[in-house]
Ligand binder design. Structure first.
Ligand SMILES: [Zn+2]
Length: 446
């Protein structure tokens, strides 16, 4: 959650701090938490903070004000934040000389009434569920798990960095997607890693973004690309929009074909021309991106292998002669067969080969019919599947690549629309790396 007109706020706060410094006698200034040059901390009354039972932990990048008792997972937050600062600089663009003293003051709250009494809440703060950032100040509600508490602090910290150093957030989907992308982290052995794609649910207790996307897709509510991009600015009600925005940011950041372009976007957010620059950057493969998004969203897993599962796009050519044989790698997601199937005609597909689906505890062999002792996405694991990607996009319908048809040892396809045949085996996108081998698929006109 963010304030949308941060630059105006920043200007106003600077004026206010300046005025305060002019008007207050020296004795009164010692009653405030000092701000480093270039940082716009509002003056707060130390006596009021004390009276409200709030304590302050001063770090280099984070001043934490909280009503939580001293505990390692709370008291270490300024160290976490300091490591995050270096990673924000790397990811979002470096701080200039003026911002080297950059700090944020965070209010980590169990009982908001205490923060009200201490004057820590700004009157312009909207009602918020988890957290909010305005300029150099952050408010975060205490959470049941240390992971999610850090996550919210890093989420709001990302907003704060973008507001104060980059002076722009971009549209809501990007502001929230980026804050979720960089808020999703690993903290292990005193080392912080932002932009962490969770490998398991246990790594990110209470986060639940992957489950939310999976549940919405299962309920028939796959959100198309354009709809995610149109995410509205007031997101306080529930976590679903955050899940979609994170998933899109994670796809763009984690897919080799998109990563470099996506990582230019903090600069685009600064420029005030985000929308134009984002669409221009992806104009040449917009439809592919839309399909990739729908496939990713409908197959998302913890540990999703974005590199291997990326669709290998290539337009097909009409079948020459009586038929052809195409090779399909079993350690990748969708691959173009290079064959175009014509609407209304029937094609006979048959597959053969022997390949490995795993190597532990021993090599796990599989054939095109799959293994029926283990299912994935409602079909036998390792089963050969196919889909026809129409030459002309079908409006309002998810890409057929999001709903594969079984081929197994053999099947007949009669496409409704002319398009390219795509093939893969049925496996979790998190478990492609240990697959070995190829399968041959023969395509013949019936
Ligand atoms: Zn936010």
């Amino acid at each position: 959650m963010t304030s949308s007109d941060a630059p105006a706020m920043r200007h106003w706060l600077r004026l206010f701090v300046g005025l305060f410094a002019l008007l207050s006698p020296l004795g009164a200034r010692s009653q405030t938490i000092p701000a480093l040059p270039g940082n716009e901390f509002r003056p707060l009354d130390v006596e009021l903070l004390k009276a409200a039972g709030l304590r302050t932990i001063e770090g280099r990048r984070l001043v934490l004000v909280t009503d939580l008792p001293s505990r390692p997972d709370v008291d270490e937050l300024p160290i976490v934040f300091e490591q995050a600062f270096g990673q924000w600089c790397d990811y979002c663009g470096p701080a200039d000389a003026h911002d080297r003293a950059w700090r944020v003051r965070a209010f980590l709250m169990v009982d908001q009434a205490k923060f009200d009494a201490a004057g820590a809440m700004l009157p312009e703060l909207p009602k918020f569920k988890h957290g909010f950032a305005i300029g150099h100040e952050i408010w975060v509600r205490e959470q049941p798990t240390p992971y999610y508490r850090r996550h919210l602090l890093l989420h709001e910290g990302t907003h704060s960095y973008m507001q104060t150093i980059r002076s722009g957030l971009g549209p809501p989907w990007y502001a929230e997607g980026l804050a979720e992308l960089l808020g999703t982290h690993r903290w292990e052995g005193g080392k912080l890693t932002l932009d962490w794609f969770p490998r398991t649910r246990e790594e990110v207790p209470q986060l639940g973004r992957i489950k939310l996307v999976r549940d919405m897709v299962a309920a028939g509510r796959l959100m198309p690309l354009e709809q995610v991009l149109a995410t509205p600015g007031t997101l306080n009600a529930n976590n679903e929009p955050y899940a979609w925005c994170w998933a899109l940011a994670a796809l763009l950041d984690g897919t080799p074909a998109y990563r470099e372009r996506f990582r230019q976007m903090p600069e685009a957010a600064s420029s005030g021309q985000f929308e134009k620059r984002f669409r221009a950057a992806f104009a040449d493969d917009w439809r592919e991106l839309s399909d990739q998004w729908e496939v990713f969203a409908s197959t998302i897993e913890h540990g999703h292998d974005l590199e291997r599962s990326a669709i290998r796009f290539a337009p097909g050519k009409p079948l020459a002669g009586s038929g052809t044989v195409v090779e399909v790698r079993v350690d990748l997601g969708w691959q173009s067969s290079g064959v175009e199937l014509q609407a209304g005609r029937s094609y006979r597909l048959s597959a053969n080969g022997r390949y490995q689906l795993g190597q532990k505890p021993q090599i796990w062999w599989c054939e095109p019919g799959g293994v029926t002792m283990r299912y994935h996405a409602g079909l036998p694991l390792g089963l050969v599947v196919g889909a026809i990607r129409p030459n002309a996009p079908t409006r309002g319908q998810p890409t057929p690549l999001a709903k594969p048809d079984p081929i197994g040892l053999g099947a007949t396809f009669t496409p409704q629309d002319t398009g390219t045949l795509y093939l893969r085996i049925n496996d979790s996108p998190a478990e492609l790396a240990d697959n070995v081998g190829k399968v041959e698929v023969r395509v013949e006109a019936d």
